[in-house]
Design a protein around this ligand. Sequence first.
Ligand code: GTP
Ligand code: MG
Length: 409
Amino acid sequence: MSNTDSDNSREWAAQAYALLKKRQEEQKQELQKKEEQKQELQKKEEQKPTLNDIPSKENLYVSSNTIAESELGKFDDNFTWSAMVLAAQGKQINEISIDEIDWLTKLRRGLEETRKGFVTELLDKLGDDPLTPESLDDLETLLIRADVGIDSTDKVISALRKKLNEEVLGGEAGIKFLKKELKLIIDKPIKNSGTDLLVPQRGKLNVWLLVGVNGVGKTTTLGKLAYLSSRSNYKTLIAAADTFRAAAVEQLQVWGERSNVDVICNQSKNADPAAVVFDAINSAKKRNVDLLLVDTAGRLQTKNNLMDELAKIKKIIDKKVPDAIIESLLVLDASQGQNGLKQAKSFAKSANLSGAIITKLDGTSRGGVSLAVSEEVNLPIRFIGAGEGIKDLRPFNSYEFVEALLADK
Ligand SMILES: Nc1nc2c(ncn2[C@@H]2O[C@H](COP(=O)(O)OP(=O)(O)OP(=O)(O)O)[C@@H](O)[C@H]2O)c(=O)[nH]1
Ligand SMILES: [Mg+2]
């Protein structure tokens, strides 16, 4: 990036920042006004003589379900970078939200460890010199170390080698080309699926099953999805079909409360997961639900009948709502690297998956595994998670992912 480019970017980001700050001030004032009006009203109520002078709890507490709006952070390098990523995707200054900036900052920070492993080292090695066959050998090692996988690495390196035979490639142009190649790999299964962005189809019952091995983040991801979905005005319901793990239902109920979404469950021990799904579908039909999110148990598929259980759940859905749109989403913990990839492969064989959700991208050095999932398992990545908070999950955007992976600072 030339000096003028970066000056322009900073100027653009500064304008976006000023606009967000102004908007936030206005919102705060609006809230304060509402609060004052509320207190005024309460005072009047209290002054009225009543038989029973116990104040109603509802009047004193603001709903605990409300998720606080994010606070605008500092105007720093993170802000500028995030604003530029949004601008590059065609966002106008007045279309940028604090949530988007926050997410991109989180994603960039989350991928820092992965990035350190190869980009920083690569840039140090490259400097401003043109790429050489030797630097490609270094890049190959670095990509494999970042868990990008052998197939994806081969693809990228061959493409770069071909390009090098055709023209001299400077450091910056090399990175640009690398980004393009990585994006191609991730985009391929998404394009093949025919759906760029996974959203529930209106007017139908959409059932999203979250599957995956122990502790990868299925329940947490489901909670975040419930929030995202209800916030986007889809009528949402949760089915607690992990009847195996103690406290799984309670964990889901907490998420249900946070996102204001009901949870259908059966508290009895060893309840049949398919029966829970049966009840949930009945409720979903009665309530005209758009999206039913199903949490499933995470036992290792090699050790038991998890696959049979999933098949049974699918059969029930097919029978009760033949026109339902079913998505089987494999949840993968990025920090498990190649192990996660192995899981994905064995699940893909028997569970008829339609997509993947990558979690725990924050603080792992193995974020590159997302590329391996795309290339080797041919699964479209639908969402990514980078944190334990309710807002720490977003629809997958390959451009943002690759930019964050290769952000150079
Ligand atoms: N840092 C981080 N932690 C996460 C993320 N997603 C989930 N976790 C944590 O991972 C742990 C396991 O998450 P769960 O959602 O219970 O995982 P699960 O797959 O439902 O687990 P089982 O039901 O036992 O199979 C919890 O401590 C979560 O807070 C993430 O994106 N980032
Ligand atoms: Mg769980």
